[in-house]
Design a protein around this ligand. Sequence first.
Ligand code: ACM
Length: 736
Amino acid sequence: MIKKVGLLFSLSGTISLVGKGQLMAALMAIDEVNKNTDLTFKPIIRDDKSSPDDAVKLAYSLFTEDRVDVIIGCYMSSIRNSVISALNETGGLLLYPTLYEGNQVHPNIFYLGAVPNQQVMPLLCWTFHNISSNFVLVGSDYIYPRSTNQQARYWVENSGGKILLESYFPLGCASFGAFFRNLKKLTKSNRSAVVFSTLVGTSVPDFYAEFKRNMFSFPIVSPLTSEREISLMAKDVSSGHICASPYFQTIDTEFNNQFVDGFRRKFNDVPISREMMTTYGAVHQLFKAYKHADVLPYGNNEAEKMRMVLKDLYFLGPQGKLIMAPNTQHLWQWCHIGRINKEGEIDVIWSSPGPIPPEHDGPNLGITIRCEERKPIQNECTPLIGLNQKFLDCVKVAEIAAATSSSVLITGATGTGKELLARYIHLCSTRRQEPFVAINCASIPRDLMEAELFGYDEGAFTGAKKKGNPGKFELGNGGTLFLDEIGEMSRDLQSHLLRVIEDKQISRIGGTKVTCLDVRFIAATNKNLELEIIEGYGFRCDLFYRLSVFHIHLPLLCERLEDIPLLANHFLWNFNRRGRVTKHFNPEALCLLKEYEWPGNVRELANYVERSFHLSGSSQEINPHHLPAHLGSGTTGYRVPKPDQGELAGPWQATRKKLSPDSRRPKERSLYEKRDPSDLTPKGIKTLMEVEEDKIRQTLRDSWFNISEAARILGIGRSTLYRKLKRYHIDPISRF
Ligand code: ACM
């Protein structure tokens, strides 16, 4: 069977460098597809000359005269938008293999490139923390750069950074003299800065060369500059600049190495960019979709059939595994940040912990077009937000666990995001279409818990419903069962649970029918179960080991200081979106948020953001008076000591001494909370207990947190050591 495929690229004009690369990638993939199958693709190639007007005419004739069902192509957003009228009239499909400004969902477009939260925002955030918070925004003068910079400005300003300058240049512009004179003046006294570039096409190498001639000491960061543009620059011009992409040619995976070798054999040494990789992937995805559509009864309209099938496809490509968000037809994407080295190659310096789901509600929808039929939906899960290494390590383990069906134990203090991580594991797993059933073991009375978990048959006990009731195990069958606060489960029920995990079978109370169970268990607690086991407080050791095949311990928010502005802005953004306003934190408010100790962790931060959003009324700015007094005044509440202050240092300790411990903390402290430094004796003189505590901490570190070894070194028994750990609130799992 022969299928025609439209390839619509900019093969001439200002962005032909990108378009020609996309064509090579498409032809290579078509050759691969045509080699080993009864389905053959016939490419119909068209050049839009980098012009939106030409593109729409060509798209129309591809659908009506050449009778293709699907076009792969377009780079600039202005071209994609112009083609929409042809899609509306003909019902044809577009596979769009390019990053773009987001906020668009058209039923006939599959968006295979990144949206801002998948590439631009991580790049801005990394730059803010690693280079400078003073941004200079430059871009080519059309929709993508203007819309992206609008979002970048919002993000930078809300994070306490500054936009020093924002400039646009006509497409194809080759000379930037006035701009560089202005930039020189602005950065004269060695003020730190960074250029964020959304220039496209031939302007890119010219801009970087002129930047080099002006000898600025800071780099250019760009979500657009790729291997193609870099190949046109002298090595000393490109070296040291930063780019971001879901894919770099240098990514060292077996699949990518084979892909790059294949490309080299066919086209010699051409540089491979993300658009080429995505176009290559698009052809393979289309092939897979035609194969699936063939056997599915979706009616006669080929394009509609393809649309139904494409939404649910997985595809393994050089970028990794690609998952489509079916409601919005956007892909989950990796984000890698790279620095260009002296050889003109990109060294990866940061990678997202996994593919990032697409988000569609930016702060400003002003520029993007409205598409009919389908509204953007909320992203499917609340994103995991953070750059802190401990947190990222947790996410990495969660992703490894997601690829298996093994049980996971998530520990951490209240409000650290245990349920969010559990949901993330579920969504990253092959069970994501199946139910996620959460049960809070602390909130259900003990005598009802068994019925709640196992269900019951009619007549099982007085008051049982007619026809009985399925339990959570049955409701979650095929999916994930999340047992929150597992530390509260009674010992009897623990034995039943253990049997279920081992036998993978259940029967309802009062019933005889046995149901086979296929669920993944994720349990969570803020207790230190290991300590409970040793101290004989009621948690079963065998169940602990069954549940903790993967054990993830989430850090406290005060251990993730760098994530506080990101999280605060994320929560604020959600309120802005609902209220259609654009409030932001002023720098002093952000500073206070960073200094507070957050005993209630991320949940407490979310509450304070909500409260400050409402208290700030019609003001656009959230400032310190909108925050609770104990954050703002400096005379109440508790602050994290500045790095140069020791635990016993002056003003901070004096502030804390005024408070009674009970006014600050709930009575029962979780074992994961840090010891309150106000318990220490002033003037640096330590009590015997403090000396003992320090010795225990040091010995644990020296013995790599091996309890038996630490007890041996200290000359005490293991159970004595555990008693002392409990007394001093030392948590050997979190490795303080
Ligand atoms: C773009 O214009 N979407 C790069």
